[in-house]
Design a protein. Structure first.
Length: 216
């Protein structure tokens, strides 16, 4: 008699708890949803604690956006599979998600059955892209090799600080959030503005929106 494999362990990361809980109910009992978290930092902690096989995550999350959080997790634990579940149907964003290590990309306006199908395929080692997004366009962007963030001219720490500032936190609040001094945040902010040739906070916010750090 063939031994039954244990259900894949899943973490859901979405800052809309009602939606995340609905996804959990949809996926159980076929899969084992071991945790639901609401931001990128919680996700990083949960990965170490719950050791998931698959992470279902949104792109727009407070603290650390899904693209950056997913990329960091894949760099540390390549075996973990990422399924992005998002409102964003732009082909360049989907391409960036796959470039960062995604195995699946599903739109939130899709059916529950499509999400289950995507998770099943990813669990088998396949990839999945929502049929609402042009596969040829995504493939072309991937082959082109141009990153959504151009040359990523700012550092990971600066990206983290920019996202928090763009979410409306003061420099003092950002410093408390990432456990540094306010002067350090100010230093990184002005270095970013210098590097990106940006002179106002509004331009900085526009850069964060353009590069998918926060929702427009």
């Amino acid at each position: 008699m063939r031994e039954q494999r244990p259900a894949a362990r899943i973490i859901i990361a979405d800052d809309h708890l009602l939606f995340a809980d609905a996804c959990k109910s949809l996926l159980e009992p076929e899969f084992s949803v071991v945790a639901v978290v609401t931001d990128g930092r919680q996700l990083a902690d949960a990965v170490g604690q719950f050791k998931p096989d698959i992470i279902i995550l949104d792109i727009y999350m407070p603290g650390l956006n899904g693209l950056d959080a997913g990329e960091q997790i894949k760099q540390k634990i390549p075996r973990i599979k990422l399924v992005f579940l998002t409102m964003t149907s732009a082909a360049d964003v989907a391409a960036e998600a796959f470039r960062r290590g995604a195995s699946g990309y599903v739109l939130k306006q899709s059916t529950g059955e499509e999400l289950r199908l995507a998770v099943r395929k990813v669990n088998r080692g396949e990839s999945y892209l929502s049929p609402l997004i042009a596969k040829e366009t995504v493939s072309s962007l991937l082959n082109n090799g141009q990153r959504l963030s151009e040359q990523k001219r700012i550092t990971k720490r600066q990206t983290e600080i920019l996202q928090l500032l763009a979410q409306g936190l003061s420099m003092k609040q950002v410093a408390s959030e990432i456990h540094v001094k306010p002067g350090t945040v100010a230093f990184h902010k002005y270095r970013m503005m210098e590097t990106l040739n940006i002179s106002t906070n509004a331009e900085l916010l526009g850069y964060a929106i353009k590069h998918q750090m926060i929702s427009p």
